[in-house]
Write a protein that binds this ligand. Structure first.
Ligand code: HEC
Length: 155
């Protein structure tokens, strides 16, 4: 009987431990809902198409940085989750996965950082929220469940 209790508690403990979220967990990560139409404007405003290609979008006024632009959207992308999508915009050098399919063109600097422009000093948080709302449906990523703070909502 004693052994049974021990085995059960060890099992229970491991199950509980697996469920707990560490301080680095993305749990609780939630942006407010963005506006897709405004996000499209942000996408054009910051000239993402200088380095990227996206189905249905073109801006011939831009000087292209790469011979083969980095594709955005679709299912073959490195971005697989909503959190990764946000990360790839605000912290492009964060390595999501090996970028073997981009290797023919140098997309990283010599120090290993991304050649992607950093927009953190330019883009407002609202622009980021709208941009991600616009980009998310282009990817096959699961949208986050927005946190609704019912009683704080004015509208
Ligand atoms: C100066 C070039 C450059 C500009 C401008 C640029 N990017 Fe990038 N971006 C890159 C490169 C290079 C990569 C792929 C390599 C990497 O992530 O380091 C990338 C990767 C990404 C990814 C992840 C790609 C994927 O699907 O796996 C996203 C999303 C992205 N960029 C969004 C944007 C958005 C949105 C803008 C405009 C606000 C933008 N980028 C502007 C160069 C650029």
């Amino acid at each position: 009987m004693k052994t049974f209790i021990w085995v059960t508690s060890i099992l229970l403990f491991s199950v509980l431990a697996a469920c707990s979220y560490g301080p680095d967990s993305p749990k609780g990560f939630s942006l407010p809902e963005g506006n897709v139409a405004k996000g499209e404007k942000v996408f054009m405003k910051y000239q993402c198409l200088a380095c990227h290609a996206m189905k249905g979008y073109e801006d011939s006024s831009l000087i292209k940085e790469f011979d083969t632009p980095v594709p955005l959207g679709g299912t073959s992308a490195v971005v697989k989750t909503y959190a990764q999508l946000v990360t790839s915009v605000i912290n492009p050098s964060h390595k999501l996965a090996p970028r073997s399919h981009f290797n023919e063109e140098k997309v990283t600097n010599q120090d290993g950082s991304s050649k992607m422009r950093i927009f953190n000093d330019l883009m407002t948080v609202q622009e980021l929220i709208d941009l991600v709302a616009f980009l998310q449906p282009k990817y096959d990523v699961k949208p986050i469940t927005y946190t609704h703070y019912g009683q704080y909502r004015m509208l």
